[in-house]
Design a protein around this ligand. Sequence first.
Ligand code: SAM
Length: 360
Amino acid sequence: MVGVVAGLRGQVEGDRQARLALGEVGAVELVGLPRGRVTGVGPHHPRAVRLGQTVRHGRIVPVPIAARAAGPGAGASRGRTRGRPRRVGSWAVPEPLHERARTSLRLRALDLRDRVGRRSDRLVPPRRLDFVGHSDFVDTGDEFLRHFRELGALARDERVLDVGCGIGRMARPLAGYLSPKGSYDGFDVNPEGIAWCRDRYAGRPNFRFELVDLFNRRYNPAGTLSAETFAFPYADACFDLVIATSVMTHLLESETDRYLGEIGRVLAPGGRLLATWFLLDDLSRRAIADGRAGLPFLDPEQRVAVVSDDLPEEAVAYDRGWVMEAFRRHGLELASIHPGTWRGDDDGCSFQDIVVGTKT
Ligand SMILES: C[S@@+](CC[C@H](N)C(=O)[O-])C[C@H]1O[C@@H](n2cnc3c(N)ncnc32)[C@H](O)[C@@H]1O
């Protein structure tokens, strides 16, 4: 029995996990389809389920990792792991066709119900289109708006770039916060997400969305362009805040390095980067070794660790020292680090680690 707390209202929806089917086929099957509402988790639960978390048997736990067949063009991590047996996240199993059909029906029924509920908000996508995460779309967006304001010092009339904007999870709260003088630009590799956002934000000229056909084995396996040589389609020094939520956690080392360089280029002096990471340091490495960490990264003593050799982009962790050094190289000064609960510690600011840097 699996369910996800559907937000701060404490409503528990056993079926919500089923929506992962579209983008997370393996994950849906491996957790099993719930047959009724979860009763073990309720409004008394101390906090909402966050980015990368779900609820199993009444406890908040990390979302299981889906196993996938390797796509074309094996990348850097593949080379790194050559010569040893391939491993994948231990929860992975394939999903039968009839379960997918059932899941699709459930999602459509939930979408129907949502039309009369809180998700009738025009800036909240139907569940069957939402591919970006496992937490509640609205609550996660609202949580991160707080981080953008409190940790990233975002003011209402500033210019924001959302790297890997998905289907507008961060755009929605920003639409309610930024003034007409402020602006939002987002780009992503997912055509459905960008098309949906362009349609829904059509009446807001200061909200713009770009599609870029970059290869990512996890999110765009048929992509034709390489992220490691990609130049962001924006002028130098034209943003005040760059956000990258749950994006560096899906990019390989050379891509992440390139993106930090591009972020350094497009940030105005004094501009900030707020990005989420799985940072490898003594504490997180120990948590992984002890089995307390939210994700079972393989070889965490390495500079870069993944949870699946077959699908490295499923989740990528970086050595904290490497990230700090890359920041320096690209003209970003570390402002603050906010450890996440993925380290097995309940006190985290979010599930992933949040790192804020300032353009010098
Ligand atoms: C976990 S989702 C997070 C989406 C969004 N940042 C959010 O928090 O809702 C990861 C996103 O990264 C995007 N992505 C993957 N590779 C990318 C790349 N090379 N450049 C930009 N976005 C990428 C995916 O399409 C997906 O939308």
